[in-house]
Design a protein around this ligand. Sequence first.
Ligand code: M6R
Length: 366
Amino acid sequence: EKGGYDHFMLKEIYEQPSVIKDTYRGRLHANKGIIQMAGVEDNLEKFTNARRILIVACGTSWHAGLVAEYIIEEFARISVEVEYASEFRYRNPIINSDDVVIAISQSGETADTLAAIKLAKEKGAFVFGVCNVVGSSISRETHAGAYTHAGPEIGVASTKAFTTQITVLTMIALRLAKAKGTMSNSDYQRYLLELELIPEKVEEALLSNDVAKTIAGIYKGAPNCLYLGRGYNFPVALEGALKLKEISYIHAEGYPAAEMKHGPIALIDEHMPVVVIAPKQNHYDKVVSNIQEIKARSGKIIAVVTKGDTQVRALADHVIEVPDTSEALTPLLTTIPLQLLSYHIAVMRECNVDQPRNLAKSVTVE
Ligand code: M6R
């Protein structure tokens, strides 16, 4: 049932090229310049007239929501707010009838997310679900939605759900950009073609497995780890840190790289591994100077870079390469080596990778 892999998590990491394809199949027609998702088409005006989009989710799904915030605001120029469902539901939030709420949940059963949806509906908002489990409570409770088609995710640590959620949300952003005329035709077309190439690029990113394993062997005993990223890759830093803490029990923190100097830099010494997500587009020069600041304090740098990178390679202790793509799509690739790194560290620490202590696959209690 694990398809020859030692753990479900590893199997699910390796499924990503094919499930991302399943997610966009029948929806993305790059050569015709079309994105078609029934749940969006049927409610297109609600989206295009939305004064803002509120995203509610928990855990990894919340991280996918943060990536979507950057993408939707950039592409469709609609204001987006992302909230932990647990905070949203208990703070008497302001919800208007011209707000669109997007709830993201792999299981479709997360209690806090479900409660946030009910609250948003009571206040008159249109609620759209992005779920993986077909027929789940959240998919039934929402007005419309789009499934991720990732197939069953068994490992408690979410992997393929995350990348397929980002795929769905990117398609929504592109569809809205087209409807609102907020993106040039050439950019729109370029993004569609790039999105179609993502599965083969994820396949290539998976070739980082051996490097990730070597790096895991070096840092498996670290008590702490920092993850830094900027822009579209700031949420990837959060996700990388969550993956490491939940399966390896190493304390890890994700930060926007520029926040380093506002506190966390005090933690840096020769024992602190710092994972820096540094693809060539995203504020590259700024990330390079963040790396220099860490090196000046003897921190150890593990950098995720674009294939062929030389500048970061010269500074970092270790580099992991991913293929080049359009800036907004980089999270789909930079996430892959971070999943592999956490996986190998957890295996080396003899942790229960698929069922980490204290965790359940779906959190149906608040
Ligand atoms: O099923 P959901 O997407 O609603 O679950 C949300 C979180 O419980 C989930 O992402 C959790 O954080 C994962 N264990 C992360 O790997």
